[in-house]
Design a protein around this ligand. Structure first.
Ligand code: TGC
Ligand code: FAD
Length: 391
């Protein structure tokens, strides 16, 4: 009997218009040509700075950096197209999607949404082309889920600002030209645009990661970093500023996680068709088919959820609590799929010859960053009960 394409059992492609399909296909080809052939090597040996820069420039050429922003060299696509790009990038590797998310949805978005005209003109065109790389420093060694307690401080000295503190777990940090740093001031939390060649700024690399190895992660150390008065983002005041940026990146992850899960399922289906156990294809056993059916259901439900949120975002009706629902569900289910796929590949599943354990290990980080699964449960819990259970 002919096998149907399990990734299209619900015909979800019909939900996309021609332009969205074309963008998705372009990014899929980019991943096939420029990511898949190298990703196991990047994962094994960790991504080096030159490769990150090259990837950023290639992503810039395709218009993927800040792609849903208008003006300043950005592509200005709709939100669904941005989501589909994240999906295809994360089908390659979560680390590659991270590079694009942090650049576009965190660093560029912060400048685009909260920056002065001069800041936008100075940074955004170079970041859109991938010539300049940005990072986003919110988390600190002692404050991840609770950024409101951050210790990094910006004080006035004449008209200058002087920044002191440490940020932790910062994607792209080591390779960045510009860091968006969030700090306490006498007027609450403010954001600062910090050129990384400013004296007193350093970004020591965090190594020995077992997850997100095809992505650069670092500390940011700010030791008396002196900045001019116009380094502050004028339109961001309070925690609402950085949290608004997180909504953008979390939205990309809702789609991205589906891509990682799809890649796992795809590899597993091929493996199960080819692998014989007890004299028959592994795919012909009921237990295998039950696993494949359940995973396909979750994959398609996750895609439908992502598309629903994408259409709401394009209608400017997306609520951050809905993004929490999408991020919690799709990352949790993608991680479950990656682990279940690994059981079907059995011993072969633990190697880099197949993508499943690489994706599963990556998704452990994705479950934690951009708000842990527990934080998103609490956001949803608060929406349901009206009670805040954070503290
Ligand atoms: P709370 O008192 O609830 O809120 C403070 C102010 O912020 C507003 N707000 C939001 N605004 C926009 N979007 C949201 N999602 C918002 N959530 C809250 C809120 O209305 C209030 O505004 P105002 O004007 O009244 O002051 O704040 P809280 O301190 O109780 O914290 C709430 C909590 C725990 C949900 C929040 O702190 C949180 O989301 N924590 C998780 C931190 C997090 O996600 N960090 C991510 C760091 S970046 C990262 O991980 C990048 S990885 C990227 C990659 O490689 O792909
Ligand atoms: P903690 O906040 O210490 O949490 C520990 C545990 O306690 C978790 O299980 C958490 O869910 C739970 N917990 C916390 N608060 C509560 C509560 N109120 N109720 C119940 N349970 C709770 N950050 C950036 O700013 N920029 C980046 O670019 C960036 N990139 C990252 C890249 C990677 C690979 C990783 C792993 C992280 C990155 N992060 C980045 C940091 C990330 O956002 C934080 O790790 C995350 O917010 C969680 O913080 P934490 O690790 O300090 O955990």
């Amino acid at each position: 009997m002919t096998a149907l394409n399990p990734l299209q059992l619900l015909g979800v492609d019909h939900l996309l218009d021609d332009e969205e399909k074309a963008i998705q296909e372009t990014v899929r080809r980019f991943v096939d040509d420029q990511v898949r052939p190298h990703v196991a090597e990047w994962y094994e040996h960790e991504l080096d700075a030159d490769t990150v820069r090259q990837l950023a420039r290639e992503a810039g050429k395709l218009g993927l950096l800040g792609m849903h922003l208008e003006g300043y060299g950005c592509a200005g696509t709709n939100a669904v197209s941005y989501g589909l790009a994240c999906l295809e990038l994360e089908a390659g590797d979560s680390g590659v999607r991270s590079l694009v998310s942090v650049q576009g949805s965190l660093a560029m978005f912060a400048i685009w949404k909260f920056g002065s005209e001069e800041q936008k003109q100075r940074w955004l065109p170079g970041m859109a082309s991938g010539e300049l790389i940005g990072c986003f420093g919110l988390t600190e060694p002692d404050f991840g889920s609770n950024p409101s307690a951050m210790r990094t401080r910006a004080r006035r000295d004449g008209s200058d600002w002087v920044l002191d503190g440490t940020k932790m777990w910062i994607t792209n940090g080591t390779v960045s030209d510009v860091a968006i740093v969030w700090a306490q001031t006498d007027d609450g939390i403010r954001g600062f645009v910090v050129p990384t060649d400013t004296p007193g700024f350093s970004a020591p690399s965090i190594s020995k990661k077992l997850s997100l190895r095809a992505s650069v992660t670092s500390e940011l150390v700010l030791d008396g970093v002196r900045l001019p008065a116009d380094a502050v983002l004028p339109e961001a005041s309070g925690l609402r500023g950085p949290l608004s940026c997180l909504n953008e990146a979390r939205f990309g992850i809702v789609f991205g996680a589906v891509g990682a899960a799809r890649d796992c399922l795809h590899a597993t289906l091929e493996y199960a068709r080819d692998r014989e156990v007890f004299g028959k294809p592994l795919s012909s056993f009921q237990l295998t088919q039950a696993k494949l059916a359940d995973m396909t259901l979750e994959l398609q439900k996750g895609f439908l959820l992502a598309m629903h949120l994408g259409r709401l975002k394009d209608d400017e009706r997306l609520d951050p609590r809905q993004v929490s629902m999408g991020k919690l569900n799709n990352v949790r289910e993608a991680l479950g799929i990656a682990r279940e796929c690994r059981t079907i590949l059995a011993a072969s599943g633990i190697t880099l010859e197949y993508p499943v354990l690489r994706h599963a290990n990556n998704l452990e980080s994705v479950l934690t960053y951009e708000g842990t699964s527990e934080i998103h449960q609490l956001v949803i819990g608060q929406a349901l009960t009206g009670e805040s259970a954070f503290a």
